[in-house]
Design a protein around this ligand. Structure first.
Ligand code: NAG
Ligand code: NAG
Length: 508
C-alpha cells in the first residue's frame, strides 16, 4: 500500500520568474533572460564538430560539477540536507580555469539578487548555500568570481542589450539553486538506508550504489580523513547556463574517499521538513510561473497530470500558477483548476487555492493542509511513456521499464475512499516480477540516447505496427525500451531486421 502525492516538477521551477512580462514597471518584476539558444544544439564535451557560438555552447568549461557539502564541524545548514558548494565549469579533460574576469567580481550578491527579482533564490541560499564560518556573502562572491566568470555562456556579450548589470550572475545563482534542488543527496542516501551516524562506517561502493540507484548516476565523493564531506554531481550542458538543459553523466573521476571505513557523521542543528511530505511546513521556495505536475511516490515519479487534471503517463500538461508559494491558483489549457468533492480537475468550473511545499528535491502541491492526492484513475493508463520535462534539470524521474511493466501487469486496483484529500492505493506487488518475465520480452534501443532524438520510438514501433505486434514502449533517462508479448517476440525481431535494425544480445 502506498500513498501518492503530486509534486510540481522542478523543471519549470527555474524558468519561473515573472515569465512573459514584457516590461519592467515594478522593481519586483523582472523578465527572465532568454538566451535564444534553445536546447537542441550539441552537448558540451560531447560535440562532434567544432562549435563557434560559445554563448550557446559551454566551452571550454563544458564539464559542469554541482558540488555539495556535508559540513559537520561546525555544522552548516539543515541537519537533513547537504548544502550547496557551487557549480564549476571544468574543461572536458578535468583541468579547469578560475577567476576569468575580475571586472565582473561583483560584490553584495544579496542586493544584486534582491534588486533583480530573485529574492526567492536569495532566501533559499541563506538556508542552503551557507559558509562554514558564517560568511555567506563572501562565499557567494567567491563562487561567482572563481567559477561563474569562467562560463562562456554567461559572458556579458551573451546578454540581451539593456540587461541590468550583473544579470548573468543573478542567472548563475538561480540556476545553481534550481539544479541543486534536483539533487537531494540526503534523501537519496536515506532511501538506500544510509543515514548519518556517529558510529557506523560505510564502504564507498555502498554510498555510491545507493546514490546511483536513486539518481541513475554515480557522483564523486570526497572525504576529510574518513568523514565524507563533499559530493560532486556531473553534467554536460545543451545550450546556455541561462536556460539550457543539464545532462547528467556518471562521474569521470574518483573522489578522495577511501574505499571503506567511511563515516557519515550527523550534523548538529535542526532538520528542515524537506524530507517526508506529511505537512506543509517546509520553506515554500519559489513558485514556478509554469509547471507540469507529476505524481511522485516513495519509489519515484510515476506519471503526471494532463491538462484536465487526469493522471496519466503521457506528457504532462502545463499549468500556470498565479499568486505566491503560500497561496496560489492553478490554470491549465482547460481552465481553472480546483478540488471539488475531493476531486482535482481543471475546466470544470471549480477553482481552489493551493500552496506549495518543498520536500526533498520536489516542490509539492498542497491543498487544504495536505500534500497527498488521490486518483481514481489507473496509474498506468494508455501509452506508458514517461518523459517529463524534469529531465531538463538532470533530475531523474523515470520509472524503470521493469517498474512500469510490473505496475502494468498488476493493473493496480484503486481503493477510492477519498477522505480529507487522501487516498490509499493498494496493489499486489509481489507477483509482478513473474508476471513481467512471463509475459513480455524486452528490446532495448542501444543508448544512452540524446533526448533530442525524438521519433526514435515512433520509427521503431512503426514496422511492428505493420506486422500487427502490440508494443509497450518505455522511455528512461538513457534510452527507450519496447516490450513485446513473449509469443510475438520472433515476429518483432523479423519485422525490425527487415526494417534495417540490427540486434545485439544483452544479458539480463
Ligand atoms: C567541440 O567544440 C569546441 C569548441 O568549439 C572545440 O574546441 C572542440 O574541438 C570541439 N570538439 C570536436 C570533437 O569537434
Ligand atoms: C491480489 O491478491 C489477492 C490475495 O492473494 C487476490 O485475491 C487478488 O485477486 C489479487 N489481485 C490481483 C489484481 O492480482
Amino acid at each position: 500500500m502506498f500513498a501518492l502525492s503530486f509534486g510540481v516538477v522542478l523543471a519549470s521551477l527555474a524558468l519561473v520568474q515573472a515569465q512573459g512580462l514584457a516590461s519592467v514597471d515594478s522593481p519586483h518584476l523582472f523578465k527572465r533572460i532568454d538566451s535564444g539558444c534553445g536546447t537542441s544544439g550539441q552537448t558540451s564535451c560531447s560535440n562532434t564538430t567544432k562549435q563557434t557560438d560559445l554563448c550557446c555552447f559551454q566551452s571550454p568549461g563544458g564539464l559542469l560539477l554541482q558540488t555539495q557539502f556535508w559540513d559537520t564541524n561546525p555544522s552548516t545548514g539543515p541537519s537533513n540536507s547537504w548544502t550547496i558548494h557551487g557549480l564549476w565549469p571544468d574543461n572536458c579533460d578535468g583541468t579547469f580555469q578560475e577567476n576569468c574576469d575580475s571586472s565582473r567580481d561583483y560584490t553584495n550578491i544579496a542586493s544584486l539578487l534582491q534588486n533583480q527579482g530573485a529574492s526567492d533564490t536569495l532566501s533559499f541560499m541563506q538556508q542552503f548555500w551557507v559558509d562554514i564560518n558564517g560568511q555567506n556573502e563572501q562565499f557567494w562572491e567567491h563562487e561567482w568570481a572563481t567559477h561563474g566568470t569562467c562560463m562562456s555562456t554567461l559572458d556579458t556579450s551573451c546578454l540581451p542589450s539593456g540587461s541590468p548589470k550583473g544579470a548573468e550572475a543573478v542567472a548563475f545563482f538561480q540556476q545553481v539553486v534550481a539544479l541543486f534542488k534536483t539533487l537531494p543527496t540526503y534523501d537519496w542516501l536515506q532511501q538506500g538506508g544510509i543515514t548519518p551516524s556517529s558510529s557506523k562506517t560505510y564502504t564507498l561502493s555502498q554510498l555510491t550504489s545507493a546514490l546511483k540507484s536513486a539518481s541513475g548516476f554515480t557522483p564523486a565523493l570526497d572525504c576529510d580523513g574518513s568523514n565524507v564531506n563533499q559530493i560532486s554531481w556531473y553534467f554536460h550542458l545543451k545550450g546556455s547556463v541561462f536556460d539550457g538543459k543539464f545532462v547528467a553523466i556518471d562521474t569521470p573521476e574518483k573522489g578522495s574517499c577511501p574505499s571503506s571505513g567511511i563515516k557519515y557523521p550527523p550534523k548538529s542543528g535542526s532538520p528542515t521538513s524537506t524530507s517526508g511530505s506529511t505537512g506543509p511546513t517546509g520553506p515554500p521556495g519559489s513558485l514556478p510561473a509554469k509547471a507540469t505536475i507529476s505524481a511522485v511516490t516513495s519509489s519515484g515519479t510515476v506519471g503526471g497530470l494532463l491538462s484536465a487534471g487526469k493522471w496519466s503517463t503521457q506528457t504532462p500538461g502545463t499549468y500556470s500558477t498565479s499568486g505566491s508559494a503560500s497561496s496560489f491558483t492553478l490554470t491549465s489549457s482547460k481552465g481553472a483548476c480546483g478540488v471539488s468533492s475531493g476531486e482535482f480537475s481543471c475546466g470544470s468550473g471549480s477553482s481552489s487555492t493551493f500552496s506549495a511545499v518543498s520536500s526533498g528535491g520536489n516542490l509539492l502541491l498542497a491543498f487544504s493542509g495536505s500534500t497527498e492526492f488521490s486518483s481514481s484513475a489507473k496509474p498506468i493508463a494508455g501509452r506508458s511513456v514517461l518523459r517529463s520535462s524534469a529531465q531538463d534539470w538532470g533530475s531523474h524521474p523515470y520509472t524503470s521499464a521493469r517498474e512500469i511493466a510490473e505496475q502494468r501487469a498488476e493493473q493496480l486496483p484503486i481503493d477510492h475512499k477519498n477522505q480529507r484529500g487522501e487516498i490509499s492505493i493498494m496493489g499486489n506487488q509481489t507477483s509482478a516480477t513473474e508476471a513481467y518475465e512471463a509475459t513480455w520480452r524486452c528490446i532495448k534501443i542501444a543508448g544512452p540516447m540524446d533526448f533530442g532524438l525524438t521519433g526514435v520510438v515512433c520509427s521503431f514501433t512503426t514496422p511492428l505496427k505493420a506486422k500487427g505486434v502490440p508494443v509497450f514502449a518505455v522511455s528512461t533517462w538513457n534510452t527507450d525500451y519496447v516490450l513485446v508479448p513473449k509469443d510475438r517476440a520472433s515476429d518483432a525481431v523479423q519485422a525490425l531486421k527487415a526494417d534495417g535494425w540490427t540486434f545485439q544480445a544483452e544479458s539480463a
